[in-house]
Ligand binder design. Structure first.
Ligand code: ADP
Ligand code: MG
Length: 365
């Protein structure tokens, strides 16, 4: 829910040309660099105050790397991150300490992210050991109980251990810990992916009500578009380290222009069986290519049914026989990297040379 949108104070979080390349090293003696994994490769995003930005894409697209940079767990290779207008890209130890108070992370897996030997009270209160000035020592037990209550847990369970709770409850504990320092921004990295579908909705509802109550800004990461639909005001669809399409919830779910978004949408489960039958599912062939060696031009082209069908319209039989499947696309898709920008026919930016609404795609697919 947007509290004040763009008005006045500027975005809560702003990411410009953000890049993270991991060196691939090989060799026993010298560990020479033999390549780079382009995990995040030029991302531009902003999150307004009180807003939820959903970030969606298949596994390996760079979502967690982006999240880790946003909370200062990973140093960007280049580009910048601004929090409430302040450049936090090159913070030293003290600066990072301050950043952590403001920007907190909720991790994917509530099973491994909580220390099994610590009580719930110690887990939720742990941030106060590192930031002792937030709540005085005498008030910490009360503060932890208040946090547990806020996330819908029994405050009397403060002395229990993580294994005594269900997955959903453990994620609530993770959220309580993330809130301990009163942050303004939460980076939620697939916070419900490890949970039963029946529990996912409860945790998402909790995050939504906490947002309303506390005026938090969220980056909410998921690999499935259906998960972010309820909570996101805007959605960024990521593919191989880049944003393929960026729009409001409505623009992405009903007027998507990028074939990758459309493929992800076609895979979203539809509860209504009468609708299910009428819908053609786009099957994405193959896996995401390696980010160490992304395809030239448009990164999505090796799996792009849209580019392939455009190519097929003019290809001769000889060309069909001689061209490898992954190159059966128009030259521009192979040669020129499509920039994320507003293109004809859409209000919102996408990165496709042949961007088109789904019904158009449909006709020629
Ligand atoms: P996602 O969260 O979307 O699944 P990740 O950000 O975890 O994607 O990973 C993106 C790519 O970066 C993957 O190919 C992954 O193997 C690689 N990667 C992530 N962290 C590291 C690291 N510390 N060193 C080398 N490669 C990494
Ligand atoms: Mg991840």
């Amino acid at each position: 829910m947007s509290l004040d949108g763009n008005g006045g104070k500027g975005p809560a979080l702003e990411v410009t040309d953000l890049v993270k390349h991991f060196p691939i090293r090989s060799g026993i003696v010298f560990k020479r660099m033999v390549g780079t994994v382009k995990a995040v490769d030029g991302v531009n995003l902003s999150v307004n105050r009180g807003e939820t930005l959903g970030v969606v894409g298949e596994s390996g697209c760079g979502k967690s790397t982006l999240a880790r940079m946003l909370v200062g767990l990973e140093k960007p290779t280049s580009g910048s991150i601004r929090v409430h207008g302040e450049d936090v890209t090159h913070l030293g130890k003290r600066g990072l300490h301050r950043l952590r108070r403001n920007v907190q992370m909720v991790f994917q897996d509530p099973y491994t992210s909580l220390n099994p030997r610590m009580t719930v009270g110690d887990i939720v209160g742990e941030p106060y050991l590192i930031h002792p000035d937030v709540v005085p020592k005498s008030g910490r037990r009360k503060a932890v109980q208040e946090l547990l209550d806020m996330v819908g847990m029994n405050p009397d369970h403060i002395n229990r251990y993580p294994h005594q709770f269900s997955g959903g409850q453990r994620q609530r504990i993770g959220i309580a810990r993330a809130l301990a320092l009163r942050p303004e921004i939460l980076i939620c990295d697939e916070p419900v992916s490890a949970l039963d579908v029946s529990i996912q909705g409860q945790v998402i509802n909790l995050l939504e009500s906490l947002q309303d109550e506390l005026g938090l800004s969220y980056v909410f990461i998921a690999h499935d578009l259906s998960v972010v639909r309820h909570i996101a005001d805007r959605v960024a669809v990521m593919y191989l380290g880049k944003v393929a399409e960026l729009g409001t919830e409505d623009e992405i779910y009903t007027r998507s222009m990028h074939p990758y978004t459309q493929a992800l949408l076609s895979a979203v489960p539809v509860p209504d069986p009468s609708v299910r039958g009428q819908r053609d599912e786009i099957v994405l062939e193959g896996d995401v290519p390696s980010p160490a060696n992304p395809p030239s031009g448009c990164r999505f082209r090796t799996r792009c049914f849209h580019a392939r069908s455009i190519w097929a319209q003019t290809a001769t039989d000889e060309q069909r026989a001689d061209t490898p499947l992954s190159d059966q696309v128009p030259d521009i898709c192979r040669e020129e990297e499509p920039v994320l920008q507003r293109r004809e026919g859409a209000e919102h930016p996408n990165a496709c040379h042949f961007a088109a609404p789904r019904d158009v795609l449909h006709a020629d697919a």
